[in-house]
Design a protein around this ligand. Structure first.
Ligand code: ATP
Length: 313
């Protein structure tokens, strides 16, 4: 058969997955474990700041990143690692081009890299037709990083272990957030090291307890009660490394936020406000104070990594 006479199989269509950022409504950090991780008791909420990951057919694995600086476009990219891990598990070639469109702040404590890993798992699974069970995808996700399972899951969830063991939270209501983004990111590793340093000077660290007040406020669907009990054990360490955060937190409180907390390891600061309308006026007042680089509004909970219908792009 001549080359031209060979039948060409149709290429699968590209798959785009949209994946949300997270904020921790409660982040309790227990003592450092022997494996270097810390046991956490956390409540995640997925919020409407999104990355999109498009997986297209290709002869080999490649990646491009749009919309952000400081994201590696090589084997260090978490989406690339996720695609390789899925290909290995499913026994297929990791043949894909990944395009990451970043809307989640980089190194901002909102799990943008983890989100991309979750999105790449879902997108490559669909592109390659590997058809892995959700439980297999969750196990792969947990091996890739502590926050990756939650990016798959979305909604509001209780996280234990190093954050990878999830159980859904019974809650009601939609919550409105304003996020203050910093000019320069913070390394999660350095923030945990700073926390350990601060703790070494004090008493023995208690295990991270269950976040009952946050769970109660979510059950009641009460944003005022939730605002009062937002808590993050990493906040003092993040503030120590980035003293400017003190001004950002104070500015939000002055402007009447229901609650203000550093998101994850920071430096993004999350402000809970009463409504979508309030979030608009709050964001513009905060911008006027000039204490941060950029401001974003979002709401939660939203769904985890989901394939976008082809006509919605
Ligand atoms: P977390 O909240 O999970 O601790 P983060 O939101 O603070 O993480 P990320 O945006 O996930 O931080 O990025 C942390 C670092 O990971 C970046 O500085 C970058 O070098 C690296 N990285 C690898 N892959 C990605 C990716 N797909 N998107 C963003 N950063 C990535």
């Amino acid at each position: 058969m001549s080359r031209d006479a060979r039948i060409r199989l149709p290429q699968p269509a590209p798959v785009t997955v949209r994946v949300p950022a997270k904020v921790n409504l409660h982040l309790g950090v227990g003592p450092r474990r022997l494996d270097g991780y810390h046991d956490l008791a956390t409540v995640f909420q997925a919020v409407s700041l999104y990355d999109e990951v498009t997986a297209s057919p290709a002869d080999e694995l490649s990646v491009e990143v749009a919309g952000a600086d400081g994201v590696p476009a090589d084997e260090n990219n978490l989406a690339v690692r996720a695609a390789r891990a899925l290909a290995h598990t499913a026994g297929v070639e990791p043949a894909v081009h990944l395009r990451l469109s970043k809307g989640i702040p980089v190194a901002g404590g909102m799990a943008g890299g983890s989100a991309d890993a979750a999105a790449a798992l879902v997108a490559c699974d669909a592109l390659w037709g590997t058809g892995l069970e959700r439980s297999n995808l969750s196990a792969l996700a947990a091996a890739l990083g502590s926050d990756v399972p939650f990016a798959l899951h979305g909604g509001t969830a209780l996280g234990s272990g190093r954050g990878e063991l999830l159980s859904p939270v019974l809650g009601q209501g939609q919550y409105h957030w304003v996020f203050a983004l910093a000019r320069v990111g913070l390394s999660t590793t350095l923030v945990y090291e700073e926390l350990d340093r601060q703790r070494h000077q004090g008493e023995a660290v208690a295990p991270a307890g269950p976040p009952d007040p946050v769970l109660g406020a979510l059950r009641a669907g009460d944003p005022v009660a939730l605002g009062r009990v937002l808590a993050n054990d990493l906040q003092p360490a993040a503030v120590r490394l980035r003293p400017q955060l003190r001004h950002v937190l104070a500015a939000g409180q002055e402007l009447g936020a229901l609650g203000a907390v550093v998101s994850g390891s920071g430096p993004t600061v999350a402000f809970l406000v009463r409504s979508a309308a309030v979030s608009i006026s709050f964001a513009s007042a905060l911008a006027g104070l000039g204490v941060c680089r950029t401001i974003r509004r979002a709401s939660g909970p939203v769904a985890g990594a989901r394939i976008l219908p082809p006509d919605s792009r």
